[in-house]
Write a protein that binds this ligand. Structure first.
Ligand code: PLP
Length: 393
């Protein structure tokens, strides 16, 4: 008999992917240029040329050695390169044994949760949150506890986190720069969170793990993105190159269990065990090798910065309310009616594909992915105008 829980998950479409699929259909019907698709976070900037050059060079190597298995956690030489990058960039004593290479941040988070939770535990998320957190928390048999971000700045509401931590709490997931709101948590905010977690650890007499989900670390518009392990040693960093190097389909990222935590070796061992148990061993080897060479490549955020400017100026002139994004490539816009799904449905009539906020855990907003062609953004502004007018007339 099939597993009902898995069937339900397979059957339940993600709001983002559903809208993305609708967009593909609609583009086939009316032409791609006539649909303003803000649905999915697929980077519009190409991967750096060095990625291509490295792949082409690797193709000249002995294919048997090139395509073979690596150890489960990844090629030691690649982990060495990533550890060196972390040491140089953040001034922390990172060692390769604390790194586990993964198929993107998705696997990194699923593995990390499995490593530090037990069925029945609670995991705190800050709402609005990336919808897949619910799936991974559920897979571990844990409960999701939502703590709304503070309004209007969408920083972590540290007092609310303190109030939410109880005897069953084992971990908290944070994501900065944030999907969907584009907030970047300030040093002061993260320091306050760290202080609360330390105090609660002392009170509970056991560890509280901070899982820092960081696919957007490199995508900022000038804001500082503090390195979380420096502020709270019991941090597990889940980072991917899906967005920063524009490689979402190549599935490469890592888990870094901070060397600074007192139980570092045991947590890294549990991560290795969870990776093994979930079948996430030996991340794609060609991409591992690319990573070794491209780990220091900067992200090209110029196009996103320009898109952000055009979109925010355009929407602001039309009277839309939104959260000013400091990072990532999403704009969190207030729906023009309380029901975000109804607003998203109405937007479709203007060929605007906007993801309703409900699956992110809050009502009344929509998310716009502005990692799209600049021209699409410019041409979409009249549609936003018409959408707004449809509520006024
Ligand atoms: N976490 C957040 C906040 C994301 O936005 C995404 C992808 O969009 C992921 C995790 C998953 O990243 P990856 O594609 O590297 O698995």
């Amino acid at each position: 008999m099939i597993n009902e829980k898995m069937h339900a998950l397979g059957d339940e479409p993600s709001a983002i992917r559903e809208l993305f699929a609708y967009g593909m259909e609609r583009k086939a019907q009316v032409g791609a240029d006539n649909v303003f698709d803000y649905s999915i976070g697929n980077p519009s900037v190409p991967a750096p040329p060095k990625v291509r050059e490295t792949i082409l060079r690797l193709m000249e190597e002995d294919p048997v050695a090139l395509h073979g298995y690596t150890p489960a956690a990844g090629d030691p030489a690649v982990r060495d390169a990533v550890a060196r990058h972390i040491r140089e960039r953040y001034g922390v004593p990172a060692t390769p044994g604390q790194l586990y290479l993964t198929v993107g941040a998705a696997a990194a988070i699923a593995i990390s949760l499995a490593a530090v939770t037990h069925p029945g535990d609670e995991v705190i998320v800050i709402s609005p949150f990336f919808p897949e957190y619910s799936t991974w928390i559920g897979m571990c048999g844990c409960e999701r506890v939502e703590v709304p971000a503070s309004v209007p700045d969408f920083q972590i509401d540290v007092d609310a986190v303190a109030a939410a931590i109880g005897p069953k709490t084992s971990a908290i997931i944070i994501n900065s720069p944030n999907n969907p709101v584009g907030a970047v948590y300030t040093r002061q905010n993260l320091e306050a969170l760290a202080a609360v977690l330390r105090a609660k650890e002392a009170e509970l007499g056991r560890p509280l793990y901070l899982i820092s989900d960081e696919p957007y670390r490199e995508i900022t518009y000038g804001a500082e993105v503090p390195y979380v392990p420096c502020l709270y040693p019991r941090t597990i960093v889940c980072l991917s190159y899906s967005k920063s190097l524009s490689l979402p389909g190549e599935r490469i990222g890592y888990i870094y269990v901070s060397d600074l935590m007192d139980d570092a070796a045991d947590v890294a061992c549990a991560v290795a065990g969870a990776g093994r148990a979930l079948g996430y061993i030996c991340a794609p080897v060609l991409m591992q090798r690319v990573l070794a060479e491209c780990v220091d490549e900067p992200s090209d955020v110029a196009a996103y910065a320009e898109n952000r400017r055009i979109l925010t100026e355009g929407l602001s002139a039309l009277g839309y309310e939104y959260v000013e994004p400091d990072g990532a490539f999403y704009l969190w816009v207030k729906a023009l009616e309380p029901d975000a799904q109804a607003f998203s449905d109405r937007a479709k009539a203007f060929e605007l594909l906007l993801v309703p906020s409900d699956s992110f855990g809050v009502p009344g907003w929509v998310r716009l992915s502005y990692c799209i062609a600049r021209d699409t953004i410019e041409r979409s502004l009249p549609a936003f105008k018409a959408l707004k007018e449809s509520y006024e007339g």
